[in-house]
Design a protein around this ligand. Structure first.
Ligand code: ADE
Length: 248
């Protein structure tokens, strides 16, 4: 996977992603990251990249040409028109399935905006995906790009040491992950659930599955509608909910 980030703050992107698991994957050559400074493509006296909006209003707009030239440079390097993500609160909200699907690409271009946005005409010309990372407004697209790169990268084969874990965690099948415990067996009076010490693999799996379902109901009941539960599990959950409600 080769990431190409078009930005006014390339250092922010490099520094934000060079550590930890993503940094290790880059060192191993499984993924690569190129942060392209849009300002390097502003061929005017002061390397200016923004201007006033036509029609008036607050703030400045990033101009089309430097963005386009930065993109063209990346496109020439790749040798074809790449999938290009523009980070914007107006986009489709990012989710795990999107991360999984984008992880299949050979190259991904991310376009980070600043100020009051980017001239619409260049967006029409180059953007294939408009993506938001949630319903709040940030000062620029760099943090959203890093969030996406982190999340997509862990779905790229070889990035996680145990490939399994990319699939079995939170959001797999629209369920949250079950609770985890490590040593000691008792911590400040709180014990590890008995079943986890039993060594009985099938019981452990059953307990974890139930905890996932229960936790999803408690914390993110909106996900449950999409979750794949068996009829038996739905009946079990209905009973559990009843129990909780009778307690209150
Ligand atoms: N740029 C500013 N806010 C954003 C958001 N929530 N998601 C993606 N890009 C953004």
């Amino acid at each position: 996977m080769n990431y190409h980030v078009l930005t006014l703050f390339p250092e922010m992107i490099r520094q934000g992603l060079e550590t930890s698991i993503i940094g290790r994957a880059m060192a191993k050559g499984i993924i690569s990251l190129e942060a392209v400074n849009i300002r390097d493509y502003a061929f005017n006296k002061h390397q200016k990249v923004d201007d006033y909006p036509y029609g008036g209003g607050a703030g400045m707009v990033m101009q089309a040409e430097p963005v386009f030239l930065a993109y063209e440079a990346v496109k020439a390097k790749i040798g074809r028109k790449p999938r290009t993500v523009y980070l914007t609160p107006q986009g489709n909200v990012f989710h795990q399935e999107m991360a999984k699907e984008m992880a299949k690409e050979e190259d991904l271009v991310f376009l980070c905006g600043h100020y009051e946005g980017i001239d619409e005409r260049v967006l029409e010309e180059i953007v294939t995906d408009y993506v938001s990372i949630g319903d709040y407004v940030l000062t620029g697209g760099e943090l959203p790009a890093m969030v996406m790169i982190d999340s997509i990268s862990r779905m790229v084969p070889g990035v996680l040491s145990n490939q399994e874990s990319g699939e079995t965690e939170t959001f797999a099948g629209n369920l949250l992950e079950y609770p985890q415990y490590s040593r000691p067996e008792e911590w400040r009076g709180r014990k590890v659930p008995e079943v986890l010490l039993s060594g009985h693999h099938a019981n452990v799996e059953k307990w974890r599955r139930e905890q996932s379902i229960l936790r999803t109901w408690k914390m993110r009941s909106d996900l449950l509608e999409k979750a794949e539960l068996t009829g038996k599990e739905r009946t079990w959950l209905a009973r559990e909910i009843e129990k909780v409600q009778n307690r209150n």
